[in-house]
Write a protein that binds this ligand. Structure first.
Ligand SMILES: [Fe+2]
Length: 183
């Protein structure tokens, strides 16, 4: 079983940029497992979905939840995961973005874990912002929007407790305009 997961990790890795995988995906997996533990959700489904949730970002950012869900299903099928678990994982991936509405506990966990990772890996978010905007001020505006979006995705009470301090740091950054010139 562990061997199957190792194979899946190896395959999944190839679809991500190294930075996305190391500084976002692995963090989402970590938070998702933590939330699953605390809420007795399905550990395996949550881990698989977290690992695969952004698998289509690199080549299909706009529709990465739908393209990603299908791609994830294909990878899982190749490794003989059960149809039942494949369906559960697909549900998680399909609703992990702001536009989605999670229908299962596992889906809510993956969505919350994704948001937690955005909020707590600020340096990574700033790096992505800079790559997109090529200007520090604009990049920061992009980061702020991303944090505000992530904030809306934190629907589980456990999340704010787990990332309390980092959440405060992120909020400081988001509110920085209001504080300019105040001190
Ligand atoms: Fe993500």
């Amino acid at each position: 079983m562990a061997d199957r997961l190792a194979k899946l990790r190896e395959k999944a890795r190839g679809y991500y940029t190294a930075d996305d995988y190391n500084y976002h995906v692995l963090l989402v997996v970590k938070y998702a497992k933590l939330l699953a533990e605390r809420t007795s959700a399905d550990q395996e489904v949550v881990e698989l979905a977290a690992l695969l949730h952004d698998i289509a970002v690199k080549d299909n950012d706009e529709k990465h939840e739908t393209v990603g869900a299908e791609r994830a299903a294909k990878l899982l099928k190749e490794l003989n995961y059960s149809d039942e678990n494949i369906e559960k994982v697909k549900k998680c991936i399909l609703t992990h973005r702001t536009s989605g509405e999670p229908k299962t506990k596992e889906a809510e966990i993956v969505r919350n874990a994704d948001a937690m990772a955005h909020i707590t890996a600020l340096p990574f978010l700033v790096k992505i912002g800079l790559e997109r905007e090529k200007d520090f001020e604009k990049a920061l505006q992009w980061v702020k929007k991303k944090i505000e979006k992530a904030d809306k995705k934190l629907t589980m009470p456990e999340t704010r407790e787990i990332i309390k301090e980092k959440y405060e740091d992120a909020k400081l950054l988001v509110d920085i305009d209001a504080n300019t010139g105040q001190d």
